[in-house]
Design a binder for this molecule. Structure first.
Ligand SMILES: *[C@@H]1O[C@H](CO)[C@@H](O)[C@H](O)[C@H]1NC(C)=O
Ligand SMILES: *[C@@H]1O[C@H](CO)[C@@H](O)[C@H](O)[C@H]1NC(C)=O
Ligand SMILES: *[C@@H]1O[C@H](CO)[C@@H](O)[C@H](O)[C@H]1NC(C)=O
Length: 148
């Protein structure tokens, strides 16, 4: 009886140590790279949780734009795409001028935006773009899940 009790306590201790492992010890799964085209400026993208889940996800997009003008109608556009480049679900546009004083010709920005993903396939690409009001892409980052 007493041995059983000690055994349970030991197990509980092991579980709590494992649970206490800080999140940053896990590797980040999703690495964003500049898109092959349309990416004059580089942006840094991190996601929480990583990898994405069906449900709410927060994108943290930071960078400095040196080319083009951020004006009314400029957007941060987050999309999930399949291998053919078709959008999965809905695209997620965000008004940059809600966070950046517009117009701006050169600006450093930091955007944290939440998107709601309904269903997540096993394989997808994530594309994050900064587009000006005319639809020109000023910055673009992409990630393939699962990574090759
Ligand atoms: C800046 O933008 C212009 C017009 O969109 C484009 O022609 C040019 O190549 C861009 N410059 C760089 C360094 O990407
Ligand atoms: C967003 O990313 C930038 C650059 O990586 C970082 O400095 C900042 O702390 C991040 N913000 C949040 C809320 O995660
Ligand atoms: C950007 O704007 C959105 C919408 O107004 C707001 O919810 C968010 O907190 C802002 N983020 C930053 C970093 O200012």
């Amino acid at each position: 009886m007493k041995q059983n009790f000690i055994f349970v306590i030991t197990l509980l201790t092991i579980f709590s140590i494992v649970n206490a492992f800080p999140r940053q010890f896990y590797k980040r799964d999703t690495i964003f790279n500049p898109c092959t085209t349309g990416s004059p400026d580089t942006i840094t993208v991190t996601i929480t949780p990583d990898p994405l889940v069906a449900g709410p996800n927060v994108f943290n997009v930071t960078g400095t734009l040196t080319n083009g003008t951020i004006d009314t109608g400029s957007e941060l556009l987050i999309q999930l795409q399949d291998d053919a480049g078709e959008v999965i679900g809905e695209p997620f546009p965000f008004d940059i001028c809600a966070n950046v004083t517009c117009p701006a010709t050169a600006t450093t920005f930091s955007l944290q935006e939440e998107i709601q993903i309904d269903t997540l396939p096993e394989e997808y690409n994530i594309q994050v773009q900064i587009n000006d009001a005319d639809g020109n892409t000023l910055a673009c980052a992409t990630s393939t899940v699962p990574s090759a």
